[in-house]
Design a protein around this ligand. Structure first.
Ligand code: FAD
Length: 139
């Protein structure tokens, strides 16, 4: 059964570009082997990740990354069955708050800062729909 899981977490203090690079590299390597696809957003000190793939496999990946000390306060925001993958061949793309993407982050924010913890499920889904269509991929 194919599912998607969306969660948010806060970056740990002192996390730097090398950590982000490490996270992306291991995500792309592991997810490629496991058949997991998705996207990782980073803005305002918050990670927002959508994972899609086999239900059991996505659960395993999520439980593994819960132990990662590079982030805190993980919270599942959306989880459900999907009929097909939306991220296709992207084992993990990174979207960060570079100037080209800031408008996109703000468009779906209740406040002046991107805060996925406050976003409703329809808003999260609309955000990822737009990510898929128009974002500048940095990975
Ligand atoms: P390696 O690739 O060998 O490790 C890579 C680097 O990460 C090394 O420098 C190592 O020191 C460091 N590292 C590994 N584990 C930890 C840890 N628990 N705490 C601090 N540093 C560590 N992994 C995935 O497979 N798929 C994902 O989609 C995914 N998304 C992530 C999203 C976020 C926001 C974060 C923070 C992590 C994510 N990870 C993901 C990484 C995951 O938590 C594990 O670190 C990774 O899966 C371990 O892979 P590996 O065994 O191949 O380790």
């Amino acid at each position: 059964m194919l599912i998607q899981l969306t969660y948010a977490s806060r970056t740990s203090p002192n996390i730097g570009p090398a950590d982000i690079k490490d996270i992306l590299q291991s995500s792309q390597r592991n997810n490629g082997t496991l058949g997991v696809t998705g996207a990782l957003c980073l803005a305002n000190g918050i990670f927002l990740q959508q994972l899609e793939g086999d239900r059991q496999t996505v659960n395993q990946v999520y439980h593994r990354l819960l132990h990662d000390t590079r982030h805190t306060n993980p919270a599942v925001l959306d989880f459900g069955e999907i009929s097909c993958r939306r991220f296709g061949a992207w084992n993990m793309g990174l979207i960060s708050a570079v100037p080209d993407n800031r408008q996109l982050f703000l468009k779906y924010s209740n406040t002046a800062h991107f805060d996925p913890y406050l976003m409703s499920v329809p808003t999260l889904r609309a955000f990822f729909d737009e990510v898929i269509q128009s974002v500048r991929w940095l990975s």
